[in-house]
Write a protein that binds this ligand. Structure first.
Ligand code: ATP
Length: 709
């Protein structure tokens, strides 16, 4: 079935018969895109309305400011002009059988003479910056009659199956046919223009630096990338440069020392250790680029590049907590769609200053011991965690600890609300972070306001007047004596040939290696954030089975609620979970609670949870002076301590890596790094017999995913 070119309707206000006649004639000519003004939001924007064939059935397709809507044409056809007017007057009122696609979810638009030609994706997609020239070129060539009648839209859609499976995304295609190739060309040009138009929080990545860890998980990092990510990146026209890591900490070292300006974003394919390497590399790099002391930075600057996290490790806690699933395609799609959210990152400090940055959890006791022991059984693959976990669990060891937790004096809506459970134990408020989280959004607005303040602080530091600027910023550690010793002092001028160091496929500037291991300052205690008029330090002592400072929920497939179910991704707070030493039976209750979907560890009488910006830890059993003198513990990413085997002391598990310090401070830095994610979605049960209503929920602009808080 063919369509006549008069099927096409360009939205315009044809009031008189004369005008309608003119419009009909114009449709035989190459139609020019008209700009109309929406009365709803008074925006100047292109709108197109046309009739297309989809699977040999006729559909009316509307492209408005940020949506594509397609609806089956009914037998009785009403005047298109009337409909267009109706749309403009009423705004978008979509029926039950209307299909809606948000422009944010569009990945690629292609056209061709035949269906298979349009579906072919070998032809590279023009990069965002080239779109303008591409479109201009198309218009320039408008004298040449177009021949392509097929238009293909590749878009991402969230799959909503059940409450436990509502976070996976996949790519679909929509093939549209119109006999008039001018119309196809016009839709193609406008859609590509819209794709190129990136809002501040929607960066469509063009040049991506990908790090692949071939060693983590089941050693399938490379396979995961080749099989799932590469085809999707090709579809989206992303120019990806890949580096396969050859040793531990190599990714961090590359990020510290190479020119990153050619890239729009960094992506890692690996487990939590790989994510930690990328995050540490980018943050230490930002500190050094800002000319700050890497050990004792007076403030922590935000890295310039956003991060994409593709899970290919054993537990993939970070990826699961961000996306609500450890599905690889979902993670790649989030990167392609380019929607970013700020994620909190915590700095972990000892007496000498920052040891490293923590993306997920810093845990002492049970999880620390499991991390330390499981490394010995890496040959078991993912089973090593179960093996080491059971062994450690049965021992049920408690460790003495002295903790100081920064708490608000008065409760406020957005701060660290701590309640008590039925047994009187402290617990955090019960709001769950999700896509469009109102708590994180509010904080993000506050953050934007503070960005200018930070810029001024940075200027003040560089001008050497930092002492006065620092005292008012509660996010800065009080021990930061604002050393102006720049990171350049740490740069080891030995030039490293990275092309022999790893198989890097980048065009690099001369490489400098930054040595973060030297440290010439040491205070007598671990640094603390200064308490303000609104905060105070609360001391908690005791014998603990587990102490965890969680930045994110730390959920994974084995524990869908995670250690800290109520932790928010970008609210500037961390959740401190204290599990006191108790009976083995109680520990089983704890584990069952964390493993189930409906558990809530806050209800357990031996568990206390605090929401805080910072906490400090000290083990009374440790001879700290000896530890510091033996180890000279000033590693940016802690290396394994040799011969450290005191039964009264545990280790820290920081993003899956082991830290041996017995005196530490953890400080949360609000939305320090931008990550390609939307946050886990809340399941909305579809109405009976209406599958589509649940699918509409994938649209990022609708309010149906808002959290209840
Ligand atoms: N080529 C390599 N050879 C050896 N180790 C590597 C290599 N590349 C990276 N690593 C190190 O491997 C460690 C483990 O990687 P990763 O954390 O990604 O996997 P995992 O431990 O299996 O997953 P998870 O942390 O999610 O449980 C990291 O600390 C990283 O530094």
């Amino acid at each position: 079935m063919t369509q006549s070119s008069t099927d096409f309707t360009q939205i315009h206000h044809a009031t008189s018969e004369k005008e309608q006649e003119a419009a009909a004639t114009a449709s035989l000519q190459p139609p020019a895109t008209q700009t109309v003004t929406s009365p709803a939001n008074n925006q100047n924007c292109d709108i197109l309305l046309g009739n297309f064939q989809i699977k040999k059935k006729r559909y009316r397709v509307l492209l408005n400011y940020d949506h594509i809507v397609w609806e089956r044409l009914k037998a009785k056809k009403c005047s298109a002009d009337t409909e267009a007017e109706c749309y403009l007057k009423q705004g978008a009122v979509y029926g039950k059988h209307t299909n809606v696609l948000h422009i944010n979810e569009l990945i690629r638009v292609s056209k061709g003479n035949t269906k298979s030609a349009a579906l072919r994706i070998e032809t590279p997609q023009p990069l965002a910056a080239d779109f303008g020239a591409h479109i201009a070129g198309e218009q320039h060539n408008s004298n040449t009659p177009p021949t392509e009648q097929y238009l293909v839209l590749w878009y991402a859609e969230r799959i909503v199956h059940s409450a436990t499976d509502c976070n996976r995304w996949d790519v679909h295609k929509l093939v549209l046919y119109n006999a008039d190739a001018y119309i196809v060309r016009q839709w193609h040009a406008l859609l590509n223009k819209m794709l190129a138009n990136t809002a501040p929080m929607r960066l469509r990545v063009r040049r991506l630096l990908v790090f692949i860890n071939p060693y983590g998980g089941r050693k399938r990092g490379l396979h995961v990338y080749e099989r799932h990510c590469k085809p999707l990146f090709q579809l989206a026209g992303i120019d990806a440069s890949c580096i396969i890591s050859q040793r531990s900490n190599q990714i961090r070292d590359i990020l510290l020392s190479h020119d990153l300006t050619p890239f729009d974003a960094v992506c890692c394919v690996g487990g939590d250790g790989t994510v930690a390497e990328v995050i540490n590399g980018l943050i230490f790099r930002a500190i050094c680029d800002a000319g700050l002391d890497a050990r004792q930075p007076p403030y922590v600057p935000k890295p310039a590049l956003p991060v994409g996290i593709i899970p290919a490790g054993s537990t993939d806690t970070v990826a699961y907590s961000l996306h609500g699933t450890s599905d690889v395609r979902t993670a790649a799609i989030h990167l392609i769609l380019g929607q970013q959210r700020g994620m909190d990152v915590c700095s972990v400090r000892n007496r000498e200053g920052v040891i490293r940055f923590c993306a997920s959890v810093l845990s002492y006791g049970y999880l620390g011991d499991v991390a330390a022991k499981s490394e010995r059984y890496r040959w078991m693959g993912t089973k090593r965690y179960e093996f080491a976990g059971v062994k450690t669990f049965l021992k049920n060891i408690g460790y003495e600890a002295e903790l100081s937790v920064l708490q608000p004096i008065r409760e406020s809506n957005i701060s660290a609300v701590v309640e008590t459970n039925e047994t009187g134990a402290a617990c955090v408020e019960s709001t769950i972070c999700c896509a469009n989280c109102t708590r994180c959004e509010a904080i993000s607005m506050q953050e934007a306001a503070q960005t200018s303040k930070r810029a001024m602080l940075k200027k003040a530091i560089l001008a050497g007047v930092v002492g006065t600027a620092l005292t008012n910023d509660d996010e800065l550690p009080s021990s930061s004596n604002a050393s102006l010793k720049s990171c350049e002092d740490y740069i080891d001028e030995r030039v490293v040939d990275t092309h022999t160091d790893s198989n890097i496929c980048m065009n690099n500037e001369p490489v400098k290696k930054i040595d973060l291991t030297s440290c010439d300052k040491k205070s007598d205690v671990a640094p603390k954030v200064a308490a303000t008029d609104e905060t105070q330090w609360k001391t908690v002592n005791g014998r603990f089975f587990m102490i965890s400072g969680a930045n994110i929920t730390c959920a994974c497939t084995r524990s869908p609620n995670g250690v800290a179910r109520y932790s928010h991704l970008g609210d500037g707070y961390l959740d401190l979970i204290l599990v006191r030493k108790t009976t083995l039976f109680n520990n089983i209750r704890l584990l069952l609670n964390m493993a189930g979907h409906n558990g809530d560890i806050r209800s357990l009488p031996f568990v206390e949870t605090y929401r805080t910006k910072s906490f400090s830890f000290r083990s009374p059993n440790a001879n700290l002076e000896d530890l510091y003198s033996i180890r000279g513990s000033c590693q940016p990413i802690a290396e394994s301590a040799v011969g450290y085997d005191d039964k009264n002391l545990s280790r820290w598990n920081c993003d899956g890596e082991v830290i041996y310090d017995q005196e530490l401070t953890m400080i949360s830095h609000c939305q320090l790094i931008d990550v390609f994610m939307r946050g886990p979605h809340v399941y909305n049960k579809p109405f009976k017999g209406d599958k589509r209503s649940s699918l509409l929920c994938c649209c990022c602009c609708c309010g149906c995913c808002k959290s209840d808080d």
